[in-house]
Design a protein around this ligand. Structure first.
Ligand SMILES: O=CN(O)C[C@@H](CC1CCCC1)C(=O)N1NCCC[C@H]1C(=O)Nc1ccccn1
Ligand code: NI
Length: 188
């Protein structure tokens, strides 16, 4: 099972690489990694297991964070407005995800962002697209094209950034970290 020791931290070069596109059919290793990434997210959001294994709760994880530079991310995104609601807003793995179009309108998490690969607080708003259209494959190579908004859209953009070697703090304005331009709103 994946634990925090398997997650590489900022400064590791793999976090700054563009990850390799995945071809199909995927190897057994990639299939196993997809399952392990989803299991990590479930464990990390389970109070007892997170405590038992010392896991930081995560709503997403990208393969590069495990030093595997391929375009795959796992997501388990709860409904922040109703966390006890069993149905997560996103639950699964996205292969070769790409934002093909987006709104002019922007959004930032009011609390800012963090990262399992960053062991420090980096204060500031992280401007994201409010609505995105993403193409991606599932583990079997089926293609999808879906629209996302709200918290799921923010998480997806954070993960897709990892596949392109981008960290959340790259988006925070140095001089005015809490400035919001006219078309960006706060969420949460
Ligand atoms: O690349 C992927 N990552 O780095 C894991 C990140 C991804 C999110 C950060 C902002 C948008 C996506 C992550 O999940 N976190 N960041 C660090 C510690 C907190 C944790 C988190 O937000 N946990 C959470 C939130 C709500 C409900 C349950 N758990
Ligand atoms: Ni991250």
């Amino acid at each position: 099972m994946i634990t925090m020791k398997d997650i590489i931290r900022e400064g590791h070069p793999t976090l700054r690489k563009k990850a390799e596109k995945i071809t199909f059919p995927v190897s057994d290793e990639i299939r196993q990694l997809a399952d392990d990434m989803m299991e990590f997210l479930r464990n990390s959001q389970d109070e007892e297991l997170a405590e038992k294994y010392g896991l930081r709760g995560g709503v997403g994880i990208a393969a590069p964070q495990l030093d595997v530079s391929i375009q795959m991310t796992a997501l388990l995104v709860p409904d922040l407005m109703d966390p006890e609601n069993a149905e997560p807003l996103l639950n699964g793995v996205f292969l070769n995800p790409r934002v093909v179009s987006h709104s002019v309108e922007g959004v930032c998490l009011r609390e800012g962002e963090g990262c399992l690969s960053v062991d420090r607080d980096v204060p500031g708003y992280v401007p994201r697209h409010a609505r995105i259209t993403v193409t991606y494959n599932d583990i079997d190579g089926n293609e999808y094209k879906k629209r996302f908004s709200g918290y799921p859209a923010i998480v997806l953009q954070h993960e897709i950034d990892h596949l392109n070697g981008i960290m959340f703090y790259d988006h925070i304005s140095e001089e005015t970290p809490f400035a919001l331009d006219e078309h960006t709103n706060l969420l949460g």
